[in-house]
Design a protein around this ligand. Structure first.
Ligand code: ATP
Ligand code: MG
Length: 270
């Protein structure tokens, strides 16, 4: 996919929420789009998901091409099977529904044969390791389990691109790690995974590339280690922060990396 010279100004607003944003991305990549609150992450996610200007009126300039489709002119309906979107605000379920029904819903609505639906539910459930949740009510799930089920329901449509707006918000450390690993696996299996986050501890070390937004503009587009200094004001891993504060040249992204680095220095000293 390719985004070129994108400008977005919400209706009635004086300032552009996105200005001159350009980048490209390809299948198999896990890209982290990071930036402080108000930097335009959700706005970019909404553009890619075909929600702006269709659901959120706005003046939009520039081009977006996702597998030959322009979500700005064509909208969300053309993106089924191409883009799967998980919004920042969790879906509020009003009726009690069992997980398996939630997963099957969109395929049932599209008239997919029953055997095919069951086969797919089982495949996706196995992938996300939620087989044991299939018969639970949505209301019985923890937030980590809920996030996995949401991801699973998006995967039922087999999108090529996943757009996830703060998928790690409100999750405990263990769930964050689990979701981050699942997202890495999805990219390894050929999906383009776009993660919009400012909680970076778990996802930063696994990302292929980080696009940093600030006040609606891209200020960096590079490998995690090359942008970690720029992310200082956001929410970088504690171990990276410690090394930055100590003014070390090498900034580890994980505790493992830090240990290896310290060991290599010790070896050099003896
Ligand atoms: N529906 C809207 N109408 C008008 N302005 C909006 C709308 N949604 C967002 N904005 C404005 O656009 C700018 C970018 O907001 P956006 O939600 O994209 O930021 P964000 O990086 O996702 O922030 P956060 O980390 O808090 O979720 C902000 O100035 C915000 O106030
Ligand atoms: Mg946001």
């Amino acid at each position: 996919m390719k985004v070129s010279n994108l400008y977005v100004r919400y209706k009635g607003e004086e300032f552009f929420a996105l200005e001159n944003v350009s980048f490209s991305a390809k299948a198999g990549e896990l890209i982290l789009i990071a930036g402080p609150s108000g930097s335009g992450k959700t706005t970019l996610a909404r553009i890619i998901a075909g929600l702006i200007p269709h659901l959120y009126p706005a003046e939009v300039k520039g081009e977006v091409d996702i597998m030959g489709i322009n979500p700005i002119t064509q909208g969300i309906s053309k993106l089924t099977g191409i883009v799967g979107f998980v919004s920042q605000t969790p879906e509020m379920f009003t009726t009690s529904i069992v997980v398996i029904e939630e997963l099957a819903m969109s395929l049932i609505n599209r008239g997919v044969p029953r055997d095919e639906i069951i086969e797919k539910v089982m495949r996706v459930a196995k992938w996300l390791r939620i087989e044991d949740l299939l018969n639970k009510s949505i209301f019985e799930l923890s937030s980590g389990q809920m996030q996995k089920v949401t991801l699973a329901s998006i995967l039922m449509d087999d999108p090529l691109v996943l757009v996830l707006d703060e998928p790690l918000a409100r999750l405990d450390k263990k769930s964050c790690l689990e979701i981050a690993r699942i997202l890495r696996e999805l990219a390894n299996n050929g999906k383009l995974v776009l993660v919009f986050e400012h909680h970076l501890d778990e996802i930063l070390p696994l990302a292929d590339r980080v696009i940093v937004l600030n006040k609606g503009r891209i200020i960096a587009n590079a490998k995690p280690r090359d942008v970690v200094k720029l992310l200082y004001n956001i929410d970088i891993p504690e171990i990276s922060e410690a090394f930055l504060l100590a003014k070390e040249d090498f900034i580890p992204l994980t505790v493992d990396e830090a240990e290896k680095y310290v060991r290599s220095i010790k070896r050099r000293m003896v």
